[in-house]
Design a binder for this molecule. Structure first.
Ligand code: NDP
Length: 515
């Protein structure tokens, strides 16, 4: 745990004077420095993991019920302290209060209850009925046991949901977890870690390793399993190191999620969805709508609806609930990426219908931007922009839309809008993506019973559902022979008679092709 500042004071400015070995945390909406955290060395990370390893058996020994009690206690704590926690999330990330409330606190509270209730069922021993005649009379059981110390490395766009959110199932499985939040947004995670101690979690079960990329790399060097959420480029590095150590890894990476709007769609709903999920959190969502394909007959109407709606969005420093729809750009270099994608598109013939520039003045804001006349020669249609941009492309028909939607190295989320839901589902099944929605977008993330993950460069492995907790465990298959003879038929000494017997059995069972 970083000891530099108490999270509950972290939102107060301290004049922005970093001490050696500390990282300043900025409010991207105001430019103020709101706290500092320790830039932990590799040696410190190693020591933290060692302590977490010592704490793990005691945590596991609490059993599902004991661990669930801590999760329920924390859920209550979050509800009681919601204003303070939202203040920190908003201050370090620059997102709106609504996004902090719904996509972070609400999700995390839901998730705490979800895993507290279901972990035991998902990880219960499984009796396996083995089909092999050689195993007649033997019992086969599969059990799941925690890896030990899991490292969770999170990004800055959803500091709680995508960091602590992944720690919850790992903890419920009986692991210790060392969380490495992004250096840009570490404060909310630190607050949760402090709260967990208040809620009865033993010391060192969920420490926070604050620092930069090097701190994250050091974590991969010492933990028993790594859960990483972030960019594809960093994900590849993490997997490379995990491969050297031969530890399991789960990667939730970038996306370039397509939305398809067919001519028979409810255009008002589709336009609302496109604007909401392209601009929410300033477009800094791995599964935000990053590109739209609209069938020719309704293209003009759809574009006009979208532009009208985008022009109505209020952008600025997030204050009270309901104050603004779009907040700040959290991570400074992101502005360059957004500008590069828009500039490249305009150079190649795209038209900016609204927005297109960084706002002047305090804080870091980028205008909600709509582009048309776009195509796949442009980075804005093929690379992850991670900004408040909505490029819309006209297509002849659904087949062209599917072809273009699949023309991507990513495959995270996707959506199709049509009043013909059977057709919508058929199109969804043709999309190369880990997740697809029909007449909806992003809401699949709330179905925590179902796996969420990406294909291609969007990642490996899934979160949520049964596999979302089993990945934090290794399986152990146990075979039990209760009444065994002194000698099994396959045992030494080898004999011609036994070999012939098995040969006959083989021919009898598998000698004929199935009809
Ligand atoms: P990064 O890949 O830059 O960073 C992610 C985390 O990894 C940060 O904590 C970072 O630390 C750390 N890190 C950096 N270098 C290393 C390293 N060599 N070894 C280990 N850890 C390292 O991603 P961003 O924070 O910029 O997040 C945005 C990206 O995350 C986008 O591409 C987005 O699509 C993706 N994302 C994917 C989601 C999904 O579920 N699929 C969800 C949300 C985001 P530090 O920040 O301190 O440098």
């Amino acid at each position: 745990m970083s000891t530099v500042e108490k999270p509950d004071t972290a939102v107060q400015t301290n004049g922005g004077r970093p001490e050696a070995g500390q990282i300043p945390v900025e409010n991207p909406a105001t430019g103020q420095i709101i706290g500092h955290v320790e830039d932990m060395s590799a040696a410190k990370v190693e020591a933290i993991v060692a302590r977490a390893r010592l704490a793990q058996p005691g945590w596991e020994a609490l059993g599902f019920k004991g661990r669930a009690d801590v999760m329920y206690e924390l859920r209550h704590w979050i509800v009681q302290n919601r204003e303070r926690l939202i203040d920190i999330v908003v201050a370090e990330n620059g997102k709106t209060r609504e996004d902090a409330m719904l996509a972070e606190l609400f999700y995390v509270c839901d998730s705490l209850g979800f895993w507290a209730k279901r972990a035991e069922k998902y990880l219960a021993d499984q009796r396996v009925r083995a089909h092999s005649p050689m195993l007649l009379g033997k019992k086969v059981v599969v059990r799941y046991r925690p890896h030990g110390v899991v490292g969770v490395i999170g990004p800055w766009n959803y500091p709680l949901t995508l960091g602590f959110g992944d720690a919850i199932p790992a903890l419920m499985a009986g692991n210790s977890v060392v969380i490495k939040p992004s250096e840009v947004t570490p404060l909310a995670t630190m607050m949760i870690a402090e709260a967990l101690l208040e809620c009865g979690m033993p010391e060192d079960v969920m420490p926070v390793a604050t620092g930069r990329g090097e701190t994250g790399a050091a974590l991969v060097d010492h933990v028993d399993m790594i859960m990483f959420t972030g960019s594809t480029a960093t994900g590849k590095k993490v997997m490379g190191r995990a491969a050297e150590r031969l530890i399991p890894v789960s990667l939730e990476l970038g996306g370039k999620d397509p939305m398809i709007v067919l001519a028979d769609a409810n255009l008002e709903r589709a336009a609302n969805m496109a604007v909401q999920w392209a601009m929410s959190n300033s477009g800094q969502i791995c599964m935000s709508v990053e590109r739209v394909y609209v069938e020719e007959p309704v293209y003009d109407q759809f574009v006009s609806k979208v532009v009208t709606k985008v022009n109505r969005l209020r952008q600025g420093v997030p204050g009270e609930a309901g104050a603004v729809e779009v907040g700040a750009v959290t991570f400074p270099p992101q502005v360059e990426t957004i500008e590069r994608h828009i500039g490249d598109a305009v150079d190649k013939g795209a038209e900016v219908l609204t927005g297109g520039k960084q706002k002047t003045g305090a804080g870091r804001f980028f205008e909600p931007t709509v582009l048309t006349n776009v195509d796949h020669t442009m980075a804005i249609m093929t690379e992850e922009t991670f900004g408040p941009t909505l490029p819309i492309m006209k297509v002849r028909d659904a087949d062209e839309a599917v072809k273009l939607a699949n023309d991507s190295r990513y495959g995270l989320n996707s959506s199709v809008f049509t009043r013909d839901v059977a057709k919508g589902e058929a199109i969804a099944r043709r999309l190369d993506a880990g997740n697809s929605c029909v007449n909806d977008a992003l809401m699949n993330y709330l179905a925590q019973e179902a796996p969420f993950g990406g294909t291609g460069e969007s990642g490996l492995g899934t979160r949520h559902g049964r596999d979302g907790i089993r990945k934090y465990c290794s399986s152990q298959t146990i075979l039990i022979t209760r009444f065994g003879p002194k000698r099994e038929p396959v045992m030494y000494p080898n004999s011609r008679r036994t070999t012939k017997l098995f040969e006959k059995m083989m021919v009898l069972m598998w000698g004929r092709k199935p009809k």
